[in-house]
Design a protein around this ligand. Sequence first.
Ligand SMILES: O=C(O)C(=O)C[C@]1(C(=O)O)C=C[C@@H](O)C=C1
Length: 389
Amino acid sequence: MFTIIKGFMAMNTTNILKSLRKKINLVDESIIELLSKRQSLIKEIAKEKIEKKLKIRDEKREKELLCFIEKISKQKKLNTQLILKIFKLIILNSVLEQKKFLKIISNKKINDKTISLLGPKGSYSYIAALKYNKYKLKNYELNMLSNFKEIVCAVELNQSHYGILPLENTSSGDIEEVFNLLFEHDIFIINEFYLKIEHCLLSIKTSDIHKIKNVYSHYQPLKQCNKFIQLFPHWNIKKISSSSYGMQKIMQSNCITNAVIGSEEGAKLYGLQIIKKNISNQKKNITRFIIISKKLKKNHKNIPLKTSIVLKLDKNINNFLEILKIFKSYSIVIHKLQTHINIHKPTKKFFYLEITNDLYSNNTIKFIKEIKKIVDFIKILGCYPINNI
Ligand SMILES: O=C(O)C(=O)C[C@]1(C(=O)O)C=C[C@@H](O)C=C1
């Protein structure tokens, strides 16, 4: 009798579960419908912006909107951090959609093979992308974006096949922002290469070093040239989205007091003069660029390969000793080992590792299985050919 009642209750619970799941389906359908409505509005906004020649991205509006979202999600007692994360992604997606729409409207041929990078033309990423495109991709269209996050999201959201990002530099070290994006987003490294970066101080042709008051650039070139900059304490240093955006701005402003730190190639593109060449802290200023993709790539077995991994451990330091033992027992060779701080939660650390092993070899597969047992979090960031400087 008791078993019959239990069986009946179980059946009843299953029916309740079924009906609740049906309700969830309806709620999810409404969410999708609302997102589709939002997407249509985004297109309308894009048309208006194109007509009125307004910038696609409106950071002030984004801030206001996120404040509003935060307020109402708190009122509804939702996980505010999660909701904000979702909305930041939705907004970023609409920026990328609007930029794509702008291209269609302005009758630019849309190539389905694109590589996203920090633009506009003349940036170091542009020079790196031209080089990579010439040797490896051929005929991929360059999709110029305004920051590293947009590049990562364009690839993650399948709006672009590949992305190109600087990862580290001999003068400024690791680019933490890019490492954090790799850890947080669903993308993979499929290649790497090195590029010599020769920073120059550029201005319009009628200026000279004594007239300069404002110096513009992306935060990376500014960091890589900080010793040179320190020689001119009266300069106002202005961080902007890219060195080439700075070139565009000073060319348009036509003002003798403005200068930008950027490339010689960029100077030619924007008709600027080079006031001083090679101003980096180190003579051999080299940047390591990576190519990112939505999918992990399998490589030929007969070329030397590197696998990048990120790990998060709990506070127990002994864990790391355990990890090292596993490395030893599988004869894994560590090429690089670094700790990185989570930009959003500075108390949280990640371990970033590069091993000179093929991710798909039986030995590496077994090694990763072992590691997974003792870490809090592991993400394979990619497997790609080793490209020495
Ligand atoms: O309000 C706008 O201007 C929009 O284009 C919409 C939107 C959004 O998705 O909410 C997208 C991009 C802007 O940077 C700000 C907001």
